[in-house]
Every structure is written in structure tokens, then in C-alpha cells.
Design a protein. Structure first.
Length: 159
């Protein structure tokens, strides 16, 4: 027992505070990258009267046809109250419509209107441009790996 105590006393314990390196801290790196992407892509969306949150909701509805508010929230990672508020605004603007679900009359389903679909189709080239800027210098394999890792990160945080 004594030898173990001496061995620990001789080694320098790791100090989590002084060992912390913000440049290697994954949440910081993700947030920093996301903030830059949101600012740049957001400026490209602004002339269309759209922000990043609206784009994410419209793009999700474009990909998944119709979704409940909770599904939209879960898929996009946007808080449910924000989704609900933005969907109300988009409904007033004629971009989405709400209707009752067939199986569950209490569930509200959201889907794109023709105007909403047209807007998404107009924005997709802008989105693709920003993705190409983000992935500049990445091989196809690296880009696919990044997508898979980000998807896994999202699933980890979903639990």
C-alpha cells in the first residue's frame, strides 16, 4: 500500500483545468464552425426573406413531405416552441399548411405548399454552394466521413 502511495506522489497528477485546450474541445469547434456557416449561409438566404431556421424547416419538409411539429423539431434539432412559432409564421406567408393526421386527429401535420416548395427549390443551389465552400479541400471520402461523424454526434446527443 505504501509503495502505491509513493508512486502516485512522485507522478504529476493531470490537472483538468490547465490541460484544457479550447482548440481541441469538440463542442467549441462545432459551435464555431456552425456559427461561421450560419453567418455566411444566412447572408445568402437573406435576400429571399429566409433565415437558417426557416431554411432548415423548409428543407426538412421538402425531404420528408409531411411531418408533425415534434418530428420537425427532432430531425432539425430546433426547439419545439421555435418550430411551432416559425411554422405559424410560414403558414401565414403561405409557405406551409397544417392539417390533422389521418391516424391521430390530435396530431397536426405540416407540409409545404406549392409556394413553399418553389422557395426551397430556389434555395437549394445556394445551399449546395455553401456546402461546396465548407468542403473545399476535402476528398469525397473525407466529406462522407465528416457527414457520418456529424450524424453520429447528433444521434449521441439525441439520447
Amino acid at each position: 500500500m505504501r509503495a502505491t502511495a509513493t508512486a502516485h506522489a512522485d507522478s504529476t497528477p493531470s490537472d483538468p483545468v490547465s490541460d484544457f485546450n479550447l482548440n481541441e474541445y469538440v463542442p467549441f469547434l462545432i459551435n464555431r464552425g456552425a456559427a461561421r456557416v450560419a453567418a455566411e449561409f444566412g447572408s445568402g438566404l437573406k435576400p429571399h426573406g429566409v433565415n437558417i431556421t426557416i431554411w432548415r424547416l423548409l428543407a426538412s419538409l421538402n425531404q420528408h413531405a409531411s411531418q408533425r411539429i415534434g418530428e420537425l423539431s427532432d430531425f432539425t434539432g430546433i426547439e419545439m416552441w421555435t418550430v411551432s412559432r416559425v411554422v405559424s409564421r410560414l403558414e401565414q406567408e403561405g409557405m406551409v399548411e397544417r392539417h390533422r393526421g389521418d391516424e391521430d386527429a390530435r396530431g397536426v401535420i405540416v407540409s409545404l405548399t406549392p409556394a413553399g416548395r418553389t422557395l426551397v427549390e430556389t434555395l437549394i443551389p445556394e445551399a449546395q454552394h455553401y456546402e461546396s465552400v465548407i468542403l473545399e479541400g476535402f476528398s469525397q471520402e473525407e466529406a462522407n466521413c465528416l457527414r457520418a461523424l456529424l450524424d453520429r454526434l447528433f444521434e449521441n446527443m439525441r439520447r
